[in-house]
Design a protein around this ligand. Structure first.
Ligand SMILES: [Zn+2]
Length: 267
Protein backbone atom coordinates (compact mmCIF):
# COMPACT_ATOMS: atom_id res chain seq x y z
CA UNK A 1 0.00 0.00 0.00
CA UNK A 2 1.33 3.46 -0.84
CA UNK A 3 -0.09 6.79 0.27
CA UNK A 4 0.74 10.06 -1.56
CA UNK A 5 2.01 11.72 1.61
CA UNK A 6 4.86 13.61 0.00
CA UNK A 7 4.61 16.04 -2.91
CA UNK A 8 5.74 15.00 -6.38
CA UNK A 9 9.05 16.79 -5.80
CA UNK A 10 9.89 14.51 -2.88
CA UNK A 11 13.53 14.13 -3.92
CA UNK A 12 13.94 17.87 -3.27
CA UNK A 13 11.59 18.10 -0.29
CA UNK A 14 13.71 18.12 2.87
CA UNK A 15 11.08 16.49 5.14
CA UNK A 16 11.02 13.50 2.76
CA UNK A 17 14.75 12.83 3.13
CA UNK A 18 16.58 10.89 5.83
CA UNK A 19 19.28 12.61 7.90
CA UNK A 20 21.92 10.61 6.00
CA UNK A 21 20.48 11.74 2.65
CA UNK A 22 20.51 15.38 3.76
CA UNK A 23 24.09 15.06 5.02
CA UNK A 24 25.12 13.60 1.65
CA UNK A 25 23.54 16.28 -0.57
CA UNK A 26 26.49 17.30 -2.76
CA UNK A 27 25.30 20.86 -3.46
CA UNK A 28 24.43 22.10 0.03
CA UNK A 29 27.25 24.65 -0.15
CA UNK A 30 25.54 26.59 -2.92
CA UNK A 31 21.98 25.37 -3.65
CA UNK A 32 19.37 27.51 -1.88
CA UNK A 33 16.63 26.11 0.33
CA UNK A 34 13.26 27.56 -0.63
CA UNK A 35 10.89 28.29 2.26
CA UNK A 36 7.29 28.78 1.07
CA UNK A 37 5.51 31.22 3.39
CA UNK A 38 1.75 31.53 2.92
CA UNK A 39 -1.45 32.19 4.84
CA UNK A 40 -4.80 30.67 5.73
CA UNK A 41 -7.29 33.49 5.40
CA UNK A 42 -10.58 34.42 3.82
CA UNK A 43 -10.43 34.83 0.06
CA UNK A 44 -14.01 35.84 -0.65
CA UNK A 45 -17.00 33.53 -0.87
CA UNK A 46 -15.71 31.59 -3.88
CA UNK A 47 -12.18 30.53 -2.91
CA UNK A 48 -10.86 28.24 -0.16
CA UNK A 49 -9.07 29.91 2.75
CA UNK A 50 -5.87 28.08 1.81
CA UNK A 51 -5.29 30.05 -1.43
CA UNK A 52 -1.98 31.64 -0.43
CA UNK A 53 -0.47 28.47 1.00
CA UNK A 54 -1.84 26.40 -1.88
CA UNK A 55 -0.31 28.73 -4.47
CA UNK A 56 3.07 28.43 -2.76
CA UNK A 57 2.97 24.74 -3.57
CA UNK A 58 1.88 25.48 -7.14
CA UNK A 59 4.90 27.74 -7.65
CA UNK A 60 7.30 25.18 -6.23
CA UNK A 61 5.88 22.36 -8.29
CA UNK A 62 5.94 24.43 -11.47
CA UNK A 63 9.37 26.03 -11.06
CA UNK A 64 11.31 22.83 -10.35
CA UNK A 65 10.89 21.24 -13.81
CA UNK A 66 11.91 24.59 -15.35
CA UNK A 67 15.25 24.88 -13.54
CA UNK A 68 18.02 25.26 -16.11
CA UNK A 69 20.78 22.66 -16.31
CA UNK A 70 23.16 22.92 -13.39
CA UNK A 71 20.72 24.74 -11.09
CA UNK A 72 19.48 23.10 -7.91
CA UNK A 73 17.44 23.87 -4.82
CA UNK A 74 15.68 22.16 -1.94
CA UNK A 75 12.27 22.81 -0.46
CA UNK A 76 11.66 23.31 3.25
CA UNK A 77 8.34 22.43 4.87
CA UNK A 78 6.05 25.39 4.19
CA UNK A 79 4.91 27.89 6.79
CA UNK A 80 1.21 27.67 6.00
CA UNK A 81 -0.30 29.98 8.61
CA UNK A 82 0.90 33.55 8.20
CA UNK A 83 0.40 36.96 9.78
CA UNK A 84 -3.17 37.71 8.71
CA UNK A 85 -4.47 40.21 11.27
CA UNK A 86 -6.20 42.11 8.50
CA UNK A 87 -8.54 39.23 7.63
CA UNK A 88 -9.52 37.99 11.08
CA UNK A 89 -12.99 39.57 10.81
CA UNK A 90 -14.04 36.73 8.50
CA UNK A 91 -14.54 33.04 9.37
CA UNK A 92 -11.80 30.69 8.27
CA UNK A 93 -8.87 32.99 8.87
CA UNK A 94 -6.06 31.64 11.03
CA UNK A 95 -3.05 33.69 11.99
CA UNK A 96 0.21 33.72 13.84
CA UNK A 97 1.80 36.85 15.29
CA UNK A 98 4.68 38.73 13.73
CA UNK A 99 6.89 37.36 16.52
CA UNK A 100 5.89 33.76 15.81
CA UNK A 101 6.54 34.17 12.09
CA UNK A 102 9.92 35.72 12.83
CA UNK A 103 10.75 32.91 15.27
CA UNK A 104 9.81 30.21 12.78
CA UNK A 105 12.00 31.73 10.09
CA UNK A 106 14.89 32.11 12.51
CA UNK A 107 14.78 28.51 13.74
CA UNK A 108 14.52 27.18 10.19
CA UNK A 109 17.50 29.33 9.19
CA UNK A 110 19.58 28.20 12.17
CA UNK A 111 18.97 24.53 11.42
CA UNK A 112 19.63 24.90 7.69
CA UNK A 113 22.90 26.57 8.56
CA UNK A 114 23.75 23.78 11.01
CA UNK A 115 23.07 21.18 8.30
CA UNK A 116 25.58 22.87 6.01
CA UNK A 117 23.33 24.92 3.75
CA UNK A 118 24.56 28.41 2.89
CA UNK A 119 21.48 29.99 1.30
CA UNK A 120 17.75 30.20 1.92
CA UNK A 121 15.09 32.09 0.00
CA UNK A 122 11.53 32.81 1.06
CA UNK A 123 8.83 32.22 -1.52
CA UNK A 124 6.12 34.41 -0.05
CA UNK A 125 2.51 34.34 -1.22
CA UNK A 126 0.81 36.68 1.28
CA UNK A 127 1.31 40.44 1.39
CA UNK A 128 0.72 40.61 5.14
CA UNK A 129 3.91 38.61 5.75
CA UNK A 130 6.19 40.83 3.74
CA UNK A 131 7.30 43.35 6.34
CA UNK A 132 8.14 40.58 8.83
CA UNK A 133 9.92 38.54 6.17
CA UNK A 134 12.08 41.47 5.18
CA UNK A 135 13.38 42.42 8.61
CA UNK A 136 13.81 38.77 9.59
CA UNK A 137 15.83 38.01 6.45
CA UNK A 138 18.17 40.87 7.36
CA UNK A 139 18.43 39.49 10.88
CA UNK A 140 19.26 36.03 9.50
CA UNK A 141 21.97 37.46 7.28
CA UNK A 142 23.44 39.51 10.08
CA UNK A 143 23.30 37.04 12.97
CA UNK A 144 23.28 33.49 11.55
CA UNK A 145 25.58 33.81 8.59
CA UNK A 146 23.15 32.15 6.20
CA UNK A 147 22.57 34.15 3.03
CA UNK A 148 18.86 34.81 3.07
CA UNK A 149 16.62 36.52 0.57
CA UNK A 150 13.37 36.24 -1.35
CA UNK A 151 12.14 34.98 -4.69
CA UNK A 152 10.12 37.72 -6.34
CA UNK A 153 7.06 36.43 -8.11
CA UNK A 154 5.47 38.60 -10.81
CA UNK A 155 2.21 37.14 -11.99
CA UNK A 156 -0.92 38.74 -13.50
CA UNK A 157 1.22 40.79 -15.83
CA UNK A 158 -1.58 42.02 -18.08
CA UNK A 159 -4.52 43.03 -15.89
CA UNK A 160 -6.39 46.27 -16.67
CA UNK A 161 -5.32 49.47 -14.83
CA UNK A 162 -8.35 49.41 -12.50
CA UNK A 163 -7.39 45.93 -11.32
CA UNK A 164 -3.69 46.74 -11.17
CA UNK A 165 -4.47 49.71 -8.91
CA UNK A 166 -7.28 48.38 -6.69
CA UNK A 167 -7.18 44.59 -7.12
CA UNK A 168 -5.64 43.64 -3.80
CA UNK A 169 -7.04 40.34 -2.69
CA UNK A 170 -9.13 37.37 -3.87
CA UNK A 171 -8.99 39.33 -7.08
CA UNK A 172 -8.77 38.53 -10.79
CA UNK A 173 -5.30 37.05 -10.41
CA UNK A 174 -5.94 34.81 -7.44
CA UNK A 175 -9.22 33.60 -8.92
CA UNK A 176 -7.57 32.84 -12.28
CA UNK A 177 -4.62 31.05 -10.65
CA UNK A 178 -6.91 28.92 -8.53
CA UNK A 179 -9.20 28.13 -11.47
CA UNK A 180 -6.18 26.92 -13.42
CA UNK A 181 -4.53 25.05 -10.57
CA UNK A 182 -7.49 23.77 -8.63
CA UNK A 183 -10.74 24.29 -10.51
CA UNK A 184 -12.83 21.81 -8.49
CA UNK A 185 -12.25 23.84 -5.32
CA UNK A 186 -13.78 27.02 -6.73
CA UNK A 187 -17.29 27.84 -5.58
CA UNK A 188 -19.85 30.31 -6.85
CA UNK A 189 -20.03 33.82 -5.42
CA UNK A 190 -17.26 35.64 -7.28
CA UNK A 191 -18.06 39.36 -7.50
CA UNK A 192 -16.36 42.58 -8.56
CA UNK A 193 -15.82 44.88 -5.60
CA UNK A 194 -13.38 47.79 -5.68
CA UNK A 195 -12.56 50.17 -2.86
CA UNK A 196 -12.41 53.04 -5.34
CA UNK A 197 -12.58 53.76 -9.04
CA UNK A 198 -9.52 54.47 -11.10
CA UNK A 199 -9.10 58.23 -11.47
CA UNK A 200 -10.51 58.88 -8.03
CA UNK A 201 -8.57 61.92 -6.86
CA UNK A 202 -8.61 61.27 -3.12
CA UNK A 203 -5.20 61.62 -1.50
CA UNK A 204 -5.82 59.03 1.22
CA UNK A 205 -5.96 55.46 -0.08
CA UNK A 206 -5.25 51.98 1.25
CA UNK A 207 -2.05 51.67 -0.76
CA UNK A 208 0.08 53.40 -3.38
CA UNK A 209 -0.80 57.00 -2.42
CA UNK A 210 0.69 59.98 -0.64
CA UNK A 211 -1.24 59.08 2.49
CA UNK A 212 -2.20 55.50 3.28
CA UNK A 213 -3.90 53.74 6.16
CA UNK A 214 -3.25 50.32 7.68
CA UNK A 215 -6.46 48.67 6.47
CA UNK A 216 -8.27 45.59 7.59
CA UNK A 217 -10.42 43.86 5.03
CA UNK A 218 -13.76 45.14 6.38
CA UNK A 219 -12.52 48.68 5.67
CA UNK A 220 -12.28 47.88 1.98
CA UNK A 221 -14.76 45.13 1.18
CA UNK A 222 -18.08 43.59 2.21
CA UNK A 223 -17.56 40.35 0.28
CA UNK A 224 -13.91 39.83 1.23
CA UNK A 225 -12.99 40.34 -2.44
CA UNK A 226 -10.91 43.37 -3.33
CA UNK A 227 -10.82 43.38 -7.09
CA UNK A 228 -12.69 41.78 -9.96
CA UNK A 229 -12.93 38.11 -9.17
CA UNK A 230 -15.37 37.63 -12.06
CA UNK A 231 -12.58 38.37 -14.56
CA UNK A 232 -10.44 35.39 -13.55
CA UNK A 233 -10.33 32.62 -16.17
CA UNK A 234 -8.56 29.29 -16.56
CA UNK A 235 -6.72 30.60 -19.63
CA UNK A 236 -5.29 33.59 -17.77
CA UNK A 237 -4.37 31.43 -14.81
CA UNK A 238 -2.51 28.89 -16.93
CA UNK A 239 -0.64 31.63 -18.77
CA UNK A 240 0.30 33.45 -15.56
CA UNK A 241 1.41 30.26 -13.82
CA UNK A 242 3.73 29.41 -16.72
CA UNK A 243 5.11 32.97 -16.83
CA UNK A 244 5.69 33.08 -13.07
CA UNK A 245 7.28 29.66 -12.94
CA UNK A 246 9.76 30.64 -15.66
CA UNK A 247 10.70 33.76 -13.69
CA UNK A 248 11.04 31.84 -10.45
CA UNK A 249 13.24 29.19 -12.06
CA UNK A 250 15.53 31.93 -13.40
CA UNK A 251 15.66 33.52 -9.96
CA UNK A 252 16.69 30.21 -8.37
CA UNK A 253 19.36 29.79 -11.05
CA UNK A 254 20.70 33.26 -10.18
CA UNK A 255 20.96 32.25 -6.53
CA UNK A 256 22.79 29.08 -7.54
CA UNK A 257 25.30 31.07 -9.59
CA UNK A 258 25.87 33.45 -6.70
CA UNK A 259 26.14 30.55 -4.25
CA UNK A 260 28.70 28.77 -6.42
CA UNK A 261 30.78 31.91 -6.73
CA UNK A 262 30.75 32.45 -2.97
CA UNK A 263 31.61 28.80 -2.31
CA UNK A 264 34.36 28.81 -4.94
CA UNK A 265 32.68 25.96 -6.81
CA UNK A 266 32.83 25.98 -10.60
CA UNK A 267 29.70 25.31 -12.61
ZN1 LIG B 1 -4.16 35.66 -1.29
Amino acid sequence: MSFPIFPRYRDRYLPALTPAQIAALPDRAWAPVIVPVGAIEQHGPHLPVSVDSFLGQVWVEQLLPRLPAGASCYIAPPITIGKSNEHTGFPGTLMISKDTLRSQLLVIARQLHAWGFKQMAILNTHGGNMAVNQYTLREINATIGLRAGSLQNRHSIDVPPQEATYGYHANEAETALMLAASGPYIKSGAVCEYYAKLGDTRDLRPERAGATFAWVSQDLSKSGIMGDATAGTVEKGERWIAHSAEGLAKAVAALCAEGRALAGVSA
